[in-house]
Design a protein around this ligand. Structure first.
Ligand SMILES: C[S@@+](CC[C@H](N)C(=O)[O-])C[C@H]1O[C@@H](n2cnc3c(N)ncnc32)[C@H](O)[C@@H]1O
Length: 298
């Protein structure tokens, strides 16, 4: 079992309202919690394309969804290539697209993946294990000023310069706990968040080019959707949510070059988890769901 609990499950299923015969794309299939819901609700003839960048997640999704047979197609790749994958596998146009960003529980808890400062592991943080650059590469090779900029930009870490200086002095750093302890000693900050939270987030975003990938994925998702169908995106931190919000608003307004509106926004404020869901699943605390519907072509 993965131990991953899908967040805002009812809200996502309600947004996509899957129906039999529909074609749905899950851009981040992960442990397949939402995917399974889509397949259940679109029974007996709805189909799902599940995309995963992480081969281990793909294997898990394969097991979880085995009972749905040919209604499921799984593809290794990034949702940044959602358009091409949808076309290649016969999911263009699609009747609904989901992008659930962030990490799945099995990635966070596996020490060797290096995502968590709470368990000792190599400084890896790659979603795609065939990618070249790991967190250790960035931490041990970037010039101090670039490292500070990265922490400031992607982690919104106000004390980025101090952390970058400490890192450069302590190089080479090999493990998650070495880095987490160094940041904690450097900041001596107390509070709800571990002092290394922002540093780890920044490195993960940089290792996986997450913000650029999200911008590309959103464009492709909107392109793939059939008119009247919906895109649901769950973001887990403010930089991600800002990209989604801006893109949705821009597409709902039309652009400066005279292209009319492409989306209708279904919620002006993002949907967040209820108190009950937070109690059950603390990982849902920071989730923000935005939903948009593609308009018919003019
Ligand atoms: C929050 S989990 C998804 C959980 C899933 N909705 C479920 O119900 O089990 C996010 C997943 O997206 C994957 N991911 C991250 N970046 C990706 C990308 N560019 N393309 C495809 N998958 C990606 C991560 O590896 C992770 O498995």
């Amino acid at each position: 079992m993965s131990g991953h609990v899908p967040v805002l499950y009812d809200e996502v299923i309600a947004a996509l309202s899957p129906r039999s015969g529909g074609k749905y794309v899950d851009g981040t299939v992960g442990a397949a919690g939402h995917a399974r819901g889509v397949l259940e609700r679109s029974s007996p003839a709805g189909c799902l394309l599940g995309i995963a960048l992480d081969e281990q997640a793909l294997e898990l999704a394969r097991e979880v969804l085995a009972g749905y047979g040919s209604r499921v197609t799984l593809a290794h790749g990034s949702f940044a290539a959602l358009g091409e994958l949808a076309r290649r596998h016969g999911f263009y146009p699609a009747d609904g697209v989901l992008i659930d960003l962030g990490l799945s529980t099995m990635q966070l808890t596996a020490p060797q993946r290096g995502f968590s400062f709470q368990v000792e592991g190599p400084l890896d943080m790659r979603f795609d294990l065939s990618a070249d650059t790991t967190a250790a590469d960035l931490v041990n090779t970037l010039p101090e000023a670039e490292l500070a900029d990265l922490l400031y930009q992607y982690g919104e870490e106000r004390r980025s310069r101090r952390i970058a200086r400490a890192i450069v002095r302590a190089r080479p750093l090999r493990t998650t706990t070495e880095l987490a302890d160094l940041v904690a000693r450097t900041l001596r900050r107390r509070g709800r968040l571990h002092p290394a939270t922002r540093t780890f987030l920044a490195l993960r975003i940089a290792v996986n080019s997450e913000l650029e990938v999200l911008a590309q994925g959103l464009r492709q998702a909107v392109d793939v959707l059939a008119p009247g169908r919906r895109l649901a995106v769950i973001a887990f931190h403010s930089l991600e949510d800002r990209i989604v919000k801006r893109y949705f608003r821009q597409q709902a307004k039309g652009d400066e070059e005279g292209h009319g509106p492409v989306l209708r926004l279904l919620v002006s404020k993002p949907i967040q988890s209820s108190y009950a869901e937070r109690q059950r699943n603390p990982a849902s605390r920071s989730a923000k769901l935005r939903i948009a519907e593609k308009l018919p072509a003019p």
